[in-house]
Design a protein around this ligand. Structure first.
Ligand code: HEM
Length: 134
């Protein structure tokens, strides 16, 4: 039996494997297009007439989380996502609607495995963690 020790180089961060900034910009655009089309999901958002700030914050956070630039930390500090979501009532229905919008965005961008699975698993568990109402 042989052990696969690979090439010895650590894998590139997912940020690079999926295409960097352009990918996250498209992902967040596709996601927010779905939020805007879902009145119930949209009702959670504080500024429904201008979601550009929300788009930028989510994109910067995801880029940082997946090993890209740390602009989110520079502009917003520590993510503290649970605390930042406390003002919004997130029950299991809202979680499911949010995840469905994100899964739709991931599908449209035709992300290959294993990156698709990594993204879906992360979003599912992060969204569970943000449920704050029943
Ligand atoms: C995988 C799960 C999620 C991630 C990674 C995520 C990430 C984020 C980030 C990074 C922000 C901006 C925080 C900041 O102020 O710097 C944000 C804002 C927000 N999120 Fe989430 N979120 C998730 C799930 C949800 C869910 C399930 C809801 C339910 C509706 C939700 C609703 C909101 C709302 C209303 C805002 C305020 C929009 C704004 O920034 O102006 N999020 N989220």
């Amino acid at each position: 039996m042989s052990l696969d020790i690979g090439s010895g180089a650590p894998p590139a961060p997912l940020y690079e494997r999926v295409g960097g900034h352009d990918f996250f910009e498209r992902l967040v655009d596709e996601f927010y297009d779905r939020v805007e089309a879902d009145a119930e999901l949209l009702s959670h958002y504080p500024d429904v007439d201008d979601l550009q700030g929300a788009r930028d914050r989510l994109r910067m956070f995801l880029e940082q989380f997946w090993g890209g630039p740390t602009t989110y930390a520079e502009q917003r500090g520590h993510p503290r996502l649970r605390m930042r979501h406390a003002p919004y009532r997130i029950d299991v229905t809202a979680r499911n609607q949010w995840l469905a919008a994100m899964a739709g965005a991931i599908d449209v961008l035709e992300v290959a495995e294993p990156e698709r699975g990594e993204l879906i698993a992360y979003f599912a568990s992060a969204a569970d963690h943000l449920v704050n109402a029943r």
